[in-house]
Design a protein around this ligand. Structure first.
Ligand SMILES: Nc1ncnc2c1ncn2[C@@H]1O[C@H](COP(=O)(O)OP(=O)(O)OP(=O)(O)O)[C@@H](O)[C@H]1O
Length: 303
């Protein structure tokens, strides 16, 4: 499942989406311009953050990337291979090489299904034979810090953090080049958030996965992202290396967004800590709400 860092770049150009809502027979339909021409590139093996306040269009963009929603205009390609463009057909979600992890692991998992069946669902739909499905499920569960034996358990037997690992395994088993994580840690406790974030950093390092990390939490961007794109009202306000944008935002909107939250220790310290300690490290974490905790984290903590 290891990807070459040289081969894939995702390019989104001028993506547009308008939602039209009917207001009954006698009133005019109302329109929401959710995306007003959004362009960006994500390099192979990078963690690309997308931030912005509620309603700026982050989730709509995520859903368009994975094919859960159609764009009205623009184009999307991975290393020149077109996923969609205005005048052409769309590549179906399963052929895109992009998978998604959602915010709430409780809502996005059927608690009564066996974990092995949950993780293998996409493979079964794609017609992958049972033996290969079982092998890939076991491999992927191990990759996310669970065990092959967990495939026989039911989702309700797991904690929130473990359920999010199952959701990540369900996405990774399809061997995507790009993973879209939409607020993937915001439903979890801060200490559990750190464990999932560390696991994502590990996955990037170990298998060269590229991750598009959508969040409203600046501290998460500072912790995990290489580059960041700031959105407001369906447009890109600015983008660049995460630390540079957070330390020296050039746009007034970004300045306001960043000024409203507490900050972590510098990226250099955190990266050094990650490099020295591998998956186990001590970090000072803060959430948008301002909670501060000292959290000792490990992939093998069982969360
Ligand atoms: N299915 C839909 N029908 C109508 N309007 C929609 C639909 N989905 C999203 N919108 C509108 O599009 C805009 C962007 O919504 P979106 O969910 O993408 O924002 P967001 O930045 O992800 O917000 P949040 O952080 O709260 O999830 C909002 O004004 C929203 O109300």
């Amino acid at each position: 499942m290891i990807h070459s860092k040289h081969e894939k770049r995702l390019s989104a150009r001028d993506i547009r989406k308008t939602f039209v809502r009917s207001n009954g027979w006698f009133a005019r339909a109302s329109e929401t311009h959710a995306l007003k021409g959004v362009s960006f590139d994500v390099e192979a093996g990078e963690i690309f953050g997308i931030v912005g306040e509620s309603g700026c269009g982050k989730s709509t963009l995520a859903r368009i990337l994975v094919g859960l929603e159609n764009a009205d205009g623009g184009s999307l390609s991975i290393s020149g291979r077109t996923l969609f463009r205005a005048d052409g057909p769309e590549l179906p979600p399963v052929q895109r090489g992009i998978q998604m992890v959602f915010q709430d692991p409780y809502a996005s998992l059927n608690p009564r299904m066996k974990v092995g069946d949950v993780v293998a669902e996409g493979l079964a739909i794609a017609g992958v034979p049972r033996e290969e499905r079982e092998r890939r499920v076991a491999e992927t569960l191990t990759l996310v810090g669970l065990s092959a034996a967990d495939s026989q358990k039911h989702a309700f037997q797991f904690s929130g953090g473990q359920r999010q690992r199952i959701c990540i395994a369900r996405a990774l088993v399809m061997e995507p080049r790009f993973l879209v994580a939409d607020e993937a840690v915001s439903a979890l406790d801060v200490s559990v958030q750190m464990q999932i974030l560390n696991m994502i950093l590990d996955l990037r390092d170990r298998i060269g996965l590229s991750i598009i990390f959508i969040t409203h939490d600046i501290s998460v961007v500072e912790y995990i992202c290489d580059r960041v794109m700031v959105m407001y009202d369906g447009r890109v306000v600015e983008h660049g290396p995460a630390q540079a944008v957070l330390d020296h935002p050039s746009e007034a909107y970004t300045q306001k967004l960043i000024a409203s939250v507490p900050r972590l220790a510098s990226t250099a310290d955190r990266r050094l800590s990650h490099d020295q300690n591998g998956p186990r490290r001590s970090v000072r974490a803060t959430s948008l709400g301002g909670d501060l905790c000292q959290s000792q984290v490990s992939r093998s903590d069982g969360v």
